[in-house]
Write a protein that binds this ligand. Structure first.
Ligand code: E4P
Length: 214
């Protein structure tokens, strides 16, 4: 399973990119709004840091508007992937963009049927949201697993991005479910890294070393 970072914060992207563990970035309108900066400027900056797919979401709800936004965003850099919401208009836009060679990530996926429709329309990526399903009492990970199983069974090569990840257990579950990619917030990367036994181990090694050099 590949790892993307789910943020529009430049410092967070730079930090995790330096760890050498990510190969892509996902953003959404809420994450961009949190930064309070020009959308296109932020995207340009991200493309200069990570050499991999960078998802940028359209705001229009009509397919014509989605196409216009998508073409403008795609012209920023060849690595830009257009995030399109899972709606009728979204599917129409995906179909046209895929014919134009513009990559798409269909977002706000909450069921295997939605994922199947997005894939058949020509989406390169689908993003099922684990955390938001958990929030309403459904186990989001089963949706990811079903989508992966269906795509595998039918030879569909759309990538499944496990999204709306809230904690390290979601990452493990996504990996075990066969998600191709997990897009992970900065704080969850930090939680994945940490283990109290690692800290205790380092402390002991250093103390023993100091004893030797006394
Ligand atoms: C990524 O593609 C999604 O926009 C993001 O993971 C949503 O996460 P949230 O449900 O924590 O807002």
């Amino acid at each position: 399973m590949k790892l993307f970072i789910d943020t529009a914060n430049i410092d967070e992207i730079k930090e995790i990119n330096q760890w050498g563990v990510i190969c892509g970035v996902t953003t959404n309108p809420s994450l961009i709004a949190k930064e309070g900066r020009d959308f296109k400027e932020v995207l340009k900056e991200i493309t200069g840091i990570v050499d991999g797919p960078i998802s940028a979401e359209v705001i229009s709800l009509k397919w014509e508007g989605m196409l216009e936004e998508a073409r403008a965003l795609a012209s920023i850099h060849p690595n830009i992937v257009i995030k399109i919401p899972m709606t009728k208009d979204g599917l129409k836009a995906v179909k046209i963009l895929s014919k134009e060679g513009i990559k798409t990530n269909v977002t706000l996926i909450f069921s295997p049927n939605q994922a199947l429709l997005a894939a058949r329309a020509g989406a390169d990526y689908v993003s099922p949201f684990i955390g938001r399903l958990d929030d309403i009492g459904n186990e989001g990970i089963y949706v990811v697993k079903d989508i992966v199983d269906i795509f595998t069974l039918h030879g569909i090569n759309t990538n499944v991005i496990a999204a709306s990840i809230r904690h390290p257990v979601h990452v493990i579950e996504a990996a075990k479910a066969g998600a191709h990619i997990a897009t992970i917030p900065y704080n969850v990367f930090v939680q994945m890294l940490s283990h109290p036994l690692t800290d205790i181990g380092i402390d002991k090694f250093l103390k023993d070393w100091e004893e030797l050099n006394k």
